[in-house]
Design a protein around this ligand. Structure first.
Ligand code: NDP
Ligand code: OXD
Length: 315
């Protein structure tokens, strides 16, 4: 990795792996003066901030911010801060390592459900040797809600398996190898008879609670649901009811309304549910810092930020 001459002041409030972020800046851009929370000097004036979920109001104290870079691809927790400094661009994370990691997780989870692995896991617990009829991928439909950076990469990586692929987004677009549906009016057509549903939407007022009874009712009987966007997309009791009735046979849940998922939550023990602790993918400090430096250099050269959040749309 080449060293850059980028110079600026940057506030950092991370989620984890703080030393890796510090090292990435030190190695790639030694002239970036990093101030790491909670040791923020109140007198310090930052030009940029790189944050996961800073204490509410903390960024509002900074009068010279040119941009706020989010460590996560999802910015719902930042956008909902009423004290977010108005007019300062909020830039979401687009990082090649994050994208590749999400596609790995989605492909793994789709194949897990396609091959009936929750059934075999249950049979193993019961020492039961029983073969289920295999279904070829060509007879399985997989739909991804959210045809953005992550959804499109996941679809491209699912393509070689031969599933019938569908995508759903807000605006019209062409997606190689997948039928794309857009807008609320096409949601039912997208969902109709789907065998495996993946949610990779951002959390907004329009997508909250979208994984609900009505959505599940349109899927194929015995469908699988993979929830990797945000916990608030899912109406938890509706999924539990759908699992109990068999409408949904299995689910992989990586994100939850309450994280960490409380120990007593029924999802932990449900035989049809795979629970993971919001690890479907993670931003890599190494590659993300390179991207942030590109953005800061572009700003200094008078170019706009890429991936700035549209605060009206909410993503
Ligand atoms: P993008 O902004 O690139 O894509 C968002 C997609 O959702 C777009 O296709 C957009 O449509 C679509 N969309 C937004 N609102 C609606 C709506 N109301 N109706 C239909 N479609 C809609 O986001 P990313 O792909 O980068 O990330 C998606 C989400 O994944 C993040 O917001 C985050 O919550 C989650 N995530 C989870 C991680 C994990 O570890 N579990 C890790 C990283 C991200 P259009 O194309 O028309 O704009
Ligand atoms: C997220 C992320 O948005 O980890 O969840 O990037």
């Amino acid at each position: 990795m080449t060293q850059r001459s980028t110079a600026c002041t940057l506030l950092f409030h991370g989620k984890e792996r703080e030393s890796q972020w510090r090292d990435a800046f030190r190695v790639q851009a030694p002239n970036v003066k990093l101030h790491v929370w909670p040791n923020w000097d109140p007198e310090y004036r930052a030009e940029f901030a790189l944050v996961w979920q800073p204490p509410r109001g903390e960024l509002a104290r900074q009068p010279s911010l040119k941009a706020i870079f989010s460590i996560g691809a999802g910015i719902d927790h930042l956008a909902s801060d009423p004290d977010l400094p108005p007019g300062v661009p909020l830039v979401r994370m687009v990082d090649p390592t994050l994208t590749a990691g999400m596609s790995e997780f989605v492909v793994m989870s789709v194949l897990h459900h396609h091959r009936g692995m929750t059934i075999y896991a249950q049979q193993q617990r019961e020492s039961r040797w029983q073969v289920c009829d295999p279904v070829p991928a060509s007879r399985r439909s997989v739909g991804v809600m959210g045809a953005g950076v992550l959804g499109r990469d996941a679809l491209a990586k699912l393509r070689p398996f031969g599933f019938e692929l569908r995508a759903w987004g807000r605006s019209a677009r062409e997606i190689p190898g997948a039928a794309h549906f857009h807008g609320e009016s096409r949601l039912d057509a997208f969902l109709s008879g789907l065998d495996i549903l993946v949610c990779l939407l951002p959390l907004t007022g329009k997508t909250t609670g979208i994984l609900c009874k009505r959505t599940f009712s349109l899927l194929a009987d015995g469908a699988a649901v993979i929830s990797v966007g945000r916990g608030e997309h899912l109406v938890e009791n509706d999924l539990i009811d759908a699992l109990e009735s068999g409408k949904v046979r299995a689910a992989t849940l990586d994100v939850f309304r309450e994280e960490p998922l409380p120990e007593t939550h029924p999802f932990w023990r449900h035989p049809g549910v795979v629970v993971t602790p919001h690890i479907a993918s993670m931003t890599s400090p190494h590659t993300a810092v390179a991207g942030i430096l590109d953005q800061i250099d572009a700003y200094h050269a008078g170019r706009p930020f890429l991936h700035a959040v549209d605060m009206v749309r909410g993503y």
